[in-house]
Ligand binder design. Structure first.
Ligand SMILES: Cc1cc2nc3c(=O)[nH]c(=O)nc-3n(C[C@H](O)[C@H](O)[C@H](O)COP(=O)(O)OP(=O)(O)OC[C@H]3O[C@@H](n4cnc5c(N)ncnc54)[C@H](O)[C@@H]3O)c2cc1C
Length: 417
């Protein structure tokens, strides 16, 4: 088949990709009993989405968004991309609580891996899922919502429970955001003021190559109609002069507007514009979540192995994610610092760098991002997730014949091999 993921770094082994137009067609595909898994917009960096049988891509199913202004929810087909949903919501005076760095990913694919943005009080995107419809083993269509006791295991599910066809998300009234960029935050200032820096806006991202200092601090400030003056400096980091907006992560035109101009949440919370290429493209990514209580030490530990990362590192990013209760969420039960690494597309060097990184972060029980590249194996992962046994039991109930299993899920969730 030779279909690849977004970055071209993984070739799917599945024999074919179905592109159904209706949920009934999805049910028929699953009812055949063959091994099958859902494929999102292919932005994960590993074999996670792959299937030893076939894949199902929902992009041809119409989104059909339904707003419920009393419940303040929107219900939409699961294959819709966040950017498209955001435009619909904004057009109707509504908003989501947060977005990831790219609006190109689909809702079900992003939620399946606990994709997140940043913000001390912002949980990952899956936390706003209030209900789902999912085609489970044998083709049964199951609905579940927050009132169900196992719902906390059903949204961040790595595609292992079935094919999510429709999702209901919490919404809120629309709001404006502005982005301000600062340069050169020195390590000692970060050590001393990390909480204050991360708390200085609704969503804060810091970029660094882990050498001299934090190169950029991006503050995404939620305006909510209040007058706002951006800080003169962020603990010594000074406003980035407009002529230096050429960035560390992408060509400038690919990015959402910075420089303080207010705009809708949908056009400021993501780093990248929907109509452009997110990030570099020829790259691999890794990311680890540590408890906020260990954030300063974890950052120090990564700096100490900076020389091991340097040959293959393009850029690092630090964000915060609020704790949630979803069984497989890397922020389960812990307010977290997320340490992200964009690598050059050099798998051998990435393997070396990831080994050094994981050794440095091991004392902090770092949980890897499910959709990115990591080396931690099933046994160690099991120790990091208290509810993994519950998730396995749920998977065995909803998928008794293992239709939605693949090598990744067998190894990392079921600890096989
Ligand atoms: C440039 C770039 C920037 C990124 N930025 C961020 C970021 O800011 N924050 C972050 O946390 N991550 C980020 N990621 C990672 C990305 O958000 C995750 O890997 C996400 O899961 C990708 O979603 P997708 O739609 O491409 O799904 P895929 O990668 O195609 O699939 C991911 C998983 O979702 C499952 N899945 C997909 N659709 C369904 C469905 N309908 N039902 C059930 N399961 C389904 C698949 O089976 C698979 O297990 C980034 C990735 C890239 C390439």
């Amino acid at each position: 088949m030779l279909e690849k993921n977004w970055s071209g770094t993984y070739v799917y082994g599945a024999s074919r990709i179905h592109t159904p137009r209706t949920v009934d067609e999805v049910r028929d595909i699953v009812a055949s009993g063959d091994r099958v898994r859902a494929l999102g917009t292919r932005h994960s960096f590993s074999s996670l989405a792959d299937s030893p049988g076939s894949l199902v891509d929902l992009r041809r199913i119409e989104p059909v968004p339904e707003l419920d202004r009393d419940a303040m929810t929107v219900t939409v087909s699961a294959g819709v991309r966040y950017g498209e949903l955001a435009a619909f919501l904004q057009g109707n005076g509504c908003a989501l609580h947060n977005l990831g760095s790219l609006p190109h990913i689909c809702v079900a694919g992003a939620c399946a891996t606990a994709t997140h943005g940043s913000g001390d009080r912002n949980r990952c995107l899956a936390a706003s899922v209030a209900g789902i419809e999912i085609v489970t083993g044998g083709g049964e269509l199951v609905s579940a919502s927050r009132v169900d006791s196992e719902f906390a295991g059903m949204v961040v599910a790595l595609g292992a429970l079935g094919i999510v066809t429709r999702v209901t998300l919490d919404i809120e009234p629309t709001y404006d955001v502005r982005q301000d960029s600062y340069v050169d935050l020195e390590w000692p200032a970060l050590d001393e003021h990390l909480d204050a820096v991360m708390g200085s806006a609704y969503s804060v991202s810091m970029f660094t190559d882990w050498r001299e200092r934090i190169d950029r601090v991006w503050l995404k400030t939620r305006l909510d109609g209040e007058p706002f003056e951006p800080p003169v400096d962020v603990f010594g980091a000074r406003p980035q002069p407009p002529e230096q907006w050429a960035t560390l992560i992408s060509d400038d035109p690919n990015l959402t507007p910075r420089g303080g101009s207010p705009g809708p949440w949908s056009e400021r919370l993501p780093h990248f514009r929907l109509d452009s290429t997110p990030s570099n493209g020829d790259e691999i990514q890794s990311e680890y979540f540590v408890d906020r209580r260990h954030a300063v030490e974890a950052i120090r530990a990564v700096r100490e192995v900076g020389a091991d990362l340097e040959p293959v590192l393009m850029i690092g990013e630090l964000r915060t994610v609020a704790a949630d209760t979803m069984w497989l969420s890397p922020a389960y039960g812990r307010d977290s610092l997320a340490l992200h690494f964009t690598w050059r597309n050099d798998p051998r060097e990435v393997t070396r760098a990831v080994a050094a990184l994981e050794a440095a972060l091991a004392p902090f029980d770092a949980r890897p991002h499910w959709g990115k590249v990591f080396a931690i194996q099933g046994g160690s992962l099991a120790r990091l997730y208290d509810r993994l046994d519950d998730f396995r039991a749920l998977a065995e109930r909803l998928d008794p014949s293992g239709q939605f299993r693949n090598a990744y899920v067998d190894r990392l969730v079921f600890g096989a091999g």
